[in-house]
Write a protein of this length. Structure first.
Length: 74
C-alpha cells in the first residue's frame, strides 16, 4: 500500500491556457522523506472528493526499487 505524504497539497485551477496545478509543500516534512541522494519520489493522485481547502490531488511516495542484476539472472 502506498504511503500518503502529509505536507503537500495540490489544487487544479483553470487558466487561460488550460488546467494548472497549484502545489504547496511543507519543506520540513518533505526533507524527512528524502532518500540517501536527497530525492523524494512522489506520485500525484486525483482525490475522490475535493478536500476541505479545495485540494483536488494528493501525493503518495513512489517506493519502487528496480531489481538488482543478481535478481534478474545476469
Amino acid at each position: 500500500m502506498a504511503q500518503y505524504v502529509n505536507g503537500i497539497t495540490c489544487k487544479a485551477v483553470q487558466g487561460q491556457y488550460g488546467e494548472f496545478y497549484n502545489i504547496s509543500v511543507n519543506i520540513e516534512k518533505l526533507q524527512e522523506l528524502a532518500g540517501e541522494k536527497g530525492y523524494v519520489n512522489l506520485v500525484m493522485n486525483k482525490r475522490k472528493e475535493v478536500g476541505k481547502y479545495g485540494e483536488t490531488h494528493s501525493f503518495t511516495l513512489n517506493e519502487y526499487k528496480p531489481p538488482v542484476k543478481e535478481d534478474l539472472g545476469f
